[in-house]
Design a protein around this ligand. Structure first.
Ligand SMILES: [Cu+2]
Length: 503
């Protein structure tokens, strides 16, 4: 544990504005913590817009996945936080847009970091372009409504209120304007950390990850600007469950990173509005969890619950390189609704800690049949252009095929055949449709290499199969072309091709 109590660090990048009264205070730096906080509560009784004896600091705010630097002060301050609510169309998934309501223009809203015993002056501005009034309820506030009534703000106005951070911990903030569920459901939430006076232990990396569920008129992946669906929200049937505001916000190039040997701290929040998160990092064990964002420490945790409107702090040392997938372990949410992010760890391997694949043999017990998942009925949608199909097909690919055929379509030797430059695929589109519809098992030769494995039938409708195959045909060095929903529908009536062990 780092103890910040006896260190005065002025080299911090934090913008520190000292009032003259504050300078007096700082010059007698030997003043004890006790008398310093005493002077806070005295001044708190006076006009809150007059700083009293506290130095005035502008709060450092960061957007996810970034976290403001640790607090190095060992005295309380008056921290001024300015936030603007904005209503803004942004990407929910590739090809899917949504009118988000936000704190600061992104989902989740900015991460705020203050210290136990600080006095926070909160200025909430509502953009003149907003259609709705908004407010803020910070769970770090002790007081009726958590700031909600004091901060109710019409478009083009600013509200100011103050509060004292009595309890350390990681807290959710959210909009609490009626209909509350809709404001939260549209993305109005974020995290505020009240650092304990003694500070948090030193780690190498800190990140901000916040889950939320979304309800759209169209199904997952359905293109265009999707309106909010109140009925689904009431039934608690989200189309999207995502980290940091959109599908893929922490994937690929946007993954968070660390190096082997480093300790990572994740500030994990859950805005809801409905879902409780079973937060898990595949291939890691949390060395430490501050349960529910409070003081209680748990150790050696696989999955930690993050309630709607709650948080947790997880810490772990990364011992081996690789891509570690963060999920809500209510697992259909991860692979079918977007609750999936990535932590990329680079550095030297440690074959003792983790060997990697040491052997691979086909295991097919006698009598096993190709797995099949019931096909959802085809949804009638407007006819898409080839480019639209490619764009939507990418989503379908990432959610349904990537796990086996890999991001670059190259597959995995001896296990999953390549879709990249696949002679098998390019030679016969109908045969490929058939494989998606019915699954496939038994020997198959792709680009001169033989595979003998099982592909399960996928639960996709005609539209989605048409999109994903059109995407694959026009990606990964394949020969182009287009598969139409009508073509898929025709194959539904054709018997499964090339299925060996079919029960
Ligand atoms: Cu709102």
């Amino acid at each position: 544990m780092l103890n910040f109590k006896h260190q005065f660090n002025f080299k911090t990048k934090v913008l520190v504005t000292m009032l003259s009264a504050a300078l007096v205070f700082v010059s007698c730096a030997q003043v004890t913590e006790k008398s310093a906080s005493q002077s806070t509560s005295d001044s708190a009784k006076n006009d809150v817009t007059v700083a009293g004896k506290l130095p005035v600091i502008e709060g450092v705010l960061t957007f996810a996945p970034n976290v403001p630097p640790p607090i190095t002060r060992n005295y309380p301050a008056k921290v001024v936080i300015n936030v603007e609510t904005q209503e803004k169309v942004m990407r929910m998934a590739d090809g899917v847009d949504y009118m988000f309501w936000t704190f600061g223009g992104q989902v989740p809203g900015q991460f705020m970091r203050v210290r136990e015993g600080d006095e926070v002056e909160f200025n909430l501005s509502n953009s003149p372009d907003s259609k709705m009034p908004h407010n803020i309820d910070l769970h770090a506030v002790t007081g009726a409504g958590g700031g909600a009534t004091a901060s109710f703000t019409a478009p083009g106005h600013t509200s100011t209120f103050s509060f004292k951070t009595l309890n350390p911990g990681l807290y959710v903030y959210h909009c609490a304007t009626a209909p509350v569920g809709m404001h939260i459901g549209n993305g109005m939430y974020g995290l505020i950390l009240v650092e304990p006076k003694e500070g948090l232990s030193k780690v190498d990396r800190e990140y901000y990850v916040m889950q939320g569920d979304f309800y759209t008129k169209g199904k997952y992946g359905e293109a265009g600007l999707q309106p909010f669906d109140m009925e689904k929200a009431i039934k608690e049937q989200p189309d999207y469950v995502v980290f940091n505001g959109s599908v893929g916000a922490l994937n690929g190039e946007k993954a968070i990173t660390a190096q082997v040997g480093e300790t990572v701290r994740l500030f994990v929040g859950n805005g809801g509005p409905n879902m409780v998160s079973s937060f898990h990092v595949i291939g890691e064990i949390f060395d430490k969890v501050y349960v529910e964002g409070g003081k209680l420490e748990n150790h050696n945790v696989q999955t930690t619950l993050v309630p709607a409107g709650g948080a947790a702090i997880t810490e772990f040392k990364v011992d081996v390189p690789g891509t570690f997938i963060m999920v809500d372990h209510s697992i259909f949410r991860a692979f079918n609704k977007g609750a999936l992010g990535m932590l990329k760890v680079t550095g030297p391997e440690d074959k003792i800690v983790y060997s990697g694949k040491q052997a691979d043999k086909v295991y097919l017990p006698e009598g096993s049949a190709t797995q099949s998942i019931a096909n959802p009925t085809a949804a009638a949608t407007k006819t898409l252009t080839k480019d639209e199909r490619i764009a939507q097909g990418k989503n379908v690919y990432e959610a349904n095929c990537l796990a086996c055929h890999q991001a670059n379509g190259e597959g995995i030797p001896n296990a999953f055949p390549p879709l990249a430059k696949s002679d098998y695929l390019n030679a016969d589109h109908d045969r490929a449709i058939n494989i998606l519809l019915h699954g496939r098992s038994g020997p198959i030769t792709v680009n001169g290499k033989t595979f003998d494995s099982v592909m399960p039938a996928v639960a996709l409708n005609n539209e989605q199969i048409s999109n994903v195959l059109t995407y694959v045909l026009n990606s990964f060095g394949n020969m182009g072309g287009q598969v139409t929903p009508a073509q898929v529908d025709k194959q539904r009536k054709v018997a499964p091709a090339n299925v060996d062990s079919h029960g």
